[in-house]
Write a protein that binds this ligand. Structure first.
Ligand SMILES: Nc1ncnc2c1ncn2[C@@H]1O[C@H](COP(=O)(O)OP(=O)(O)OP(=O)(O)O)[C@@H](O)[C@H]1O
Ligand SMILES: [Mg+2]
Length: 370
């Protein structure tokens, strides 16, 4: 899919942006603090996912303004669609979003229409950083190809919070252990489903990522991605998430109750799982160099885009914020060569335009296209 027009006004420092992007390559160039990342963020919000830099609602509107509007038209395999995202002070929680003129209940309802993959300098920490980052990555990526996943993973978080609160109440003597039953059953059902989906997603991701990693390392190193479950020793070959897997999950939760009560926290479950990378069989967490970590992060994002393309039969829009300047020339070239089939939005400070490519180059200054 590709974006055919973008209008942004009053989102942070962006003013009167009105562009018709190139179907493939779009580069946004400008000095620091001019609004390049803001533009990437505005596009990302239209994919129905919270800001990748955690912007608060009130800070989405120009500090000296009252309203903001982002309007994006895009073409997918079947048709042209339009997203309009508006906010106004003082009721910044009441965001108004519409898809093809139909008002949506919340921005999250946009999810699944405009598929984007975003890559920011923080994502270069994906392999090196905390397991939480990788769980967030896999949850979003899995939800992009499986509609039902997102509501389950959101609900899981809520139920987990409730169970953890109860664990503390039990340790204070305010509640009884038997009250855990109702939460454990729900967690087991959702957790079994999430484990299986994440496992299957990780296998697909691993297959693409290994191939890409072999290419990026000139065939010298082999990457393996392994989903590490805190509940199931083996997920390979298993399918029955409503039956056996949910039963086993429940048993694990029940067995760790006493431990959980003393910690005041649920020790086992999908919220503690990880996606582990191995290079030449050695765990990246302990052995990888800075450059290897970056390459792993890079191929994970590229693999995510490949899976989306395969599963939805349509390539996502790739948003690359300021990442190229963080990579050495050979990795830059590698990335550019692997996103050839997608529409790409790249931001950078200098005009380092990839050679032999056609596209559009925009200059951003003080929140405007200049
Ligand atoms: N709510 C807001 N209202 C007005 N301006 C804002 C708001 N939020 C952020 N800004 C401004 O947006 C600018 C930052 O924009 P952005 O992060 O897009 O910069 P950038 O061009 O990506 O810079 P860099 O190259 O350093 O990454 C800052 O000058 C900041 O003050
Ligand atoms: Mg920036």
């Amino acid at each position: 899919m590709y974006i055919t027009s973008v209008r942004v006004n009053g989102f942070k420092n962006l003013k009167e942006i009105n562009i018709s992007p190139h179907q493939k390559l779009n580069i946004f160039c400008g000095d620091n603090a001019q609004g390049k990342t803001n533009l990437i963020e505005a596009l990302w919000l239209c994919s129905g996912v919270r800001s990748f830099r955690g912007t608060k609602d009130k800070d989405m509107i120009d500090i000296s303004g009252e309203n903001m509007e982002i309007a994006v038209r895009f073409r997918d395999r079947l048709r042209e669609q339009e997203i309009v995202y508006r906010m106004a002070r003082p009721y910044v929680k009441e965001k108004s979003c519409s898809l093809n003129g139909v008002k949506l209940r919340a921005p999250s309802k946009l999810f699944g229409s405009l598929d984007c993959v975003v890559f920011t300098p923080e994502d270069l920490e994906l392999s090196k950083g905390s397991p939480e980052k990788r769980r967030q990555f896999i949850d979003l990526a899995a939800a992009q190809i499986k509609n039902s996943y997102k509501s389950v993973s959101d609900k899981y978080e809520q139920v987990l919070d409730q169970r953890n609160t109860l664990l503390k109440n039990i340790s204070y003597g305010k509640s009884g252990k038997d009250e855990l039953d109702v939460w454990d059953i729900q967690l087991a059902q959702m957790g079994a489903y999430m484990s299986l989906l994440r496992y299957n997603y990780s296998k697909k991701l691993g297959a693409y990522a290994s191939k890409l990693y072999s290419d990026i390392s000139g065939g010298r190193e082999a990457l393996e991605l392994v989903y590490s479950s805190t509940v199931f020793p083996v997920l390979e070959g298993r399918t029955d998430y409503k039956g056996d897997l949910a039963e086993e999950y429940l048993t694990v939760l029940r067995q760790s109750r006493d431990d959980d009560i003393s910690h005041g926290f649920t020790q086992k479950g999908v919220h503690r799982d990880d996606l582990c990378a191995y290079i030449d069989k050695l765990p990246a967490r302990d052995f990888a160099s800075q450059g290897q970590h970056r390459s792993i992060a890079l191929v994970m994002k590229l693999a995510q885009a490949n899976i989306l393309t395969e599963e939805t039969d349509d390539a996502p829009v790739f948003l690359l914020d300021d990442v190229l300047s963080e990579l050495d020339p050979s990795r830059q070239e590698f990335v550019i060569s692997r996103i050839d089939n997608m529409q790409v939005f790249i931001t950078c400070c200098d005009e380092s335009i990839p050679e032999n490519k056609t596209g559009k180059l925009y200059h951003i200054g003080s929140g405007r296209i200049v």
